[in-house]
Design a protein around this ligand. Structure first.
Ligand SMILES: Cc1cc2nc3c(=O)[nH]c(=O)nc-3n(C[C@H](O)[C@H](O)[C@H](O)COP(=O)(O)OP(=O)(O)OC[C@H]3O[C@@H](n4cnc5c(N)ncnc54)[C@H](O)[C@@H]3O)c2cc1C
Length: 362
């Protein structure tokens, strides 16, 4: 058995590590010159999105032998709408670094690996299909799946972000739900350390958003963040992403070709997070190859999670700033906060099923 993995990101590396656990070595092809060869940002995993798994890091370690060290444990998430604010308390999730940062998750995974990574190899499926018994498509790019099957695009996202220098509490994250600068989207600030943080503005590129001036939205977002945190930040570097596809394919596996991470549809549409799901798809594909499961079946709960999340997004998208204010205000109700952060209730799944009871197809 010979396995080629195209892409040394989260899903590809998790797949290779799991294959090694079962005694198989994969060959990994990475188009860049090193793992994580892109801009540095902080990303997050919020446990409330993965209930009943209440600690993704421990779960990956104990259940799958994938060991990750996050940058910090989030103890508070501040939520802001145009006129209201609330704070969720507890062990809410983790922040971690991505990209060139020495502690980025992709670098941590690569450090645990024995398999060969062929760098500077921008590989197409046709380049490897005849030389390997199994191919894993893990390029992080939805467009790469369209030669095999339709990729159902839920929406294309536009991102603008920056690394800010200032004073931050690494255990506190800040989220902004304000249609004035994040139309049908959100902005969030995730600390890297006490002196650095990532600010991200993300919104869907719907036709009604097309004429909006992204730089103007970003300026408003930055000013709101500065005002709320009462600081004049120094912008260390900025980046902008367009046409980031969030969607899903139907078949997780076709023949001996496996679609993992973003190439499968790992990003949950409501907030656009997909790290945990990407890692899981890589693990599940490896389990199938090693004879310990059926990939299509293993991803079913994730598939259901995707559809639930999309239903919730479609509902939230209809909210104007007034409704967003009411929701954020209601988070100050301790009983509601208790349900959202409850380790046994997946609040987001519950709500998505209530708002769209028939969206249950995996
Ligand atoms: C700005 C931004 C912020 C985000 N924030 C969060 C967050 O806070 N929390 C969260 O959970 N998720 C977040 N996400 C989503 C998360 O980053 C992705 O879900 C996850 O990285 C997808 O993993 P992957 O393995 O599919 O792809 P990646 O990790 O992107 O890896 C793909 C790899 O394939 C390589 N590659 C591509 N094409 C080829 C080719 N032809 N040949 C060889 N190699 C190739 C690439 O260079 C890359 O190394 C964010 C995404 C963005 C864009």
């Amino acid at each position: 058995m010979k396995t080629a993995i195209i892409g040394a990101g989260l899903s590809g590396l998790a797949c290779a590590l799991t294959l090694e656990k079962y005694g198989h070595q994969a060959e990994i092809f990475e188009k860049r010159q090193m793992v994580g060869d892109r801009f540095v940002i902080a990303e997050a995993m919020f446990s409330m999105l993965h209930t009943p798994i209440d600690d993704e890091i421990r779960y990956l370690s104990d259940t799958h032998g994938i060991h990750l060290t996050p940058s910090s444990n989030i103890q508070k998430v501040f939520c802001y709408s145009k006129n209201e604010s609330a704070c969720l308390d507890g062990s809410i999730g983790f922040t971690n670094m991505r990209g060139k940062h020495p502690d980025s998750y992709e670098k941590q995974l690569a450090a645990q690996l024995n398999s060969t990574i062929h760098y500077n190899h921008n590989v197409r499926y046709d380049d490897v299909k005849n030389d390997y018994t199994h191919v894993i498509l893990a390029t992080g790019d939805a467009l790469d799946t369209t030669q095999f099957q339709p990729y159902d695009v839920a929406y294309k996202a536009s991102f603008k972000g920056a690394v800010l220098a200032g004073e931050f509490n690494p255990t506190e994250a800040h989220t902004f739900f304000n249609n004035d600068f994040a139309p049908k989207g959100m902005a969030y600030l995730l600390p890297h350390s006490q002196s650095e943080a990532s600010l991200v503005l993300a919104y869907p590129q719907y036709s009604e958003n097309e004429d909006l001036d992204k730089e103007e939205l970003w300026k408003m977002c930055y000013e709101e963040c500065s005002k709320i945190l009462d600081q004049d930040f120094k912008i260390m570097h900025e980046y902008s992403i367009k046409d980031y596809r969030i969607g899903k394919i139907e078949h997780a596996r076709i023949g001996n070709t496996f679609f993992v991470g973003n190439c499968w549809g790992a990003i949950t549409p409501v907030f656009g997070f997909g790290q945990f799901e990407s890692i899981l798809t890589g693990i599940y594909a490896a389990q199938d190859i090693a004879g310990y499961g059926d990939y299509q079946k293993l991803v079913e709960p994730l598939s259901q999670g995707y559809h639930d999340s999309l239903s919730l997004r479609r509902t939230i998208e209809k909210f104007d700033n007034h409704k967003l204010d009411l929701i954020i205000k209601s988070l100050n109700n301790k009983a509601l906060e208790g349900i959202i952060t409850n380790k046994n209730i997946n609040f987001f799944k519950l709500i998505s099923r209530l708002v769209h009871p028939f969206s249950r197809h995996a």
